[in-house]
Design a protein around this ligand. Sequence first.
Ligand code: C2E
Ligand code: CA
Ligand code: CA
Ligand code: CA
Length: 263
Amino acid sequence: MAGIAWLVTASRMSFSWEINMGVASREFDVWCQPLLNAADQQCVGVEILLRWNNPRLGPIPPDVFIPLAEEHHLIETLTRYVISETVRQIDVFPKSPHFHVGFNVAASHFVEGKLLRDLNHYWFSAHPHQQLIVELTERDDIHDVDYRLIREMHRKGIKLAIDDFGTGNSSFSWLEKLRPDVLKIDKSFTHAIGTDAVNSTVTDIIIALGQRLKIELVAEGVETEEQAQYLFRHGVHILQGYLYARPMPLIALPQWLADYLPR
Ligand code: C2E
Ligand code: CA
Ligand code: CA
Ligand code: CA
């Protein structure tokens, strides 16, 4: 923990140094977590998740370094790294337009066409077969989102997901502004199923909202059969969580797909 505490209080210069050093020496690893279609238990895609094994400070969880990278305006550097590393290992994924690969992207990247330029450069230039999904994560500074960029992304067939839906500020206004294809139900709502009356009511409301607006629903953090069954019964068919698979290095995915037996 000493390493993490140091990182949190580090000056802008030393944090930037750590991140840039980490990128240059490839201390970051690209992991992924499968998403399942609960109707037939097939793996329909993955979410890409970043890991940092810092040799000077020890492993640093993304919940620590991602917000810091956002604060220090280094998140886009990391996003470019994640996409290019994923593309470098693209052969781990089934070569199918029905298999999707989802990246977490911070709101700050959604301005002035920046994200589309990076996606063209790092993703589309490799002509991948898979469906691209962009999960919009940080939404505090969303006021400068470039709506032309969003429209252009839709035209290019990129799917847009709102991550952690129901947490943070002004979730509802994003539906109208961004016209997302997917809502990801935050794991706090998944975990509330059968345990917390208030939050599980919110879960039901999010599900109803997605269904009325015909937005695909994905639930994250599914850990128990009870949660999976509840979600499925209520029409949430795409599920992600430890019940099915923990995040794994990209390199481990082909073996997982080969061994995975539908439940
Ligand atoms: P997220 O986007 O909401 O990702 C889901 C998180 O839930 C991941 O944590 C995943 O490991 C964890 N998770 C998955 N299934 C379960 C489950 O069944 N139970 C529980 N308790 N947790 C589960 P992780 O990998 O630690 O990432 C944390 C957050 O860091 C992510 O939350 C995302 O906001 C951010 N992050 C990770 N990688 C990236 C990245 O490449 N770029 C950006 N911008 N953010 C990233
Ligand atoms: Ca996410
Ligand atoms: Ca999430
Ligand atoms: Ca989250």
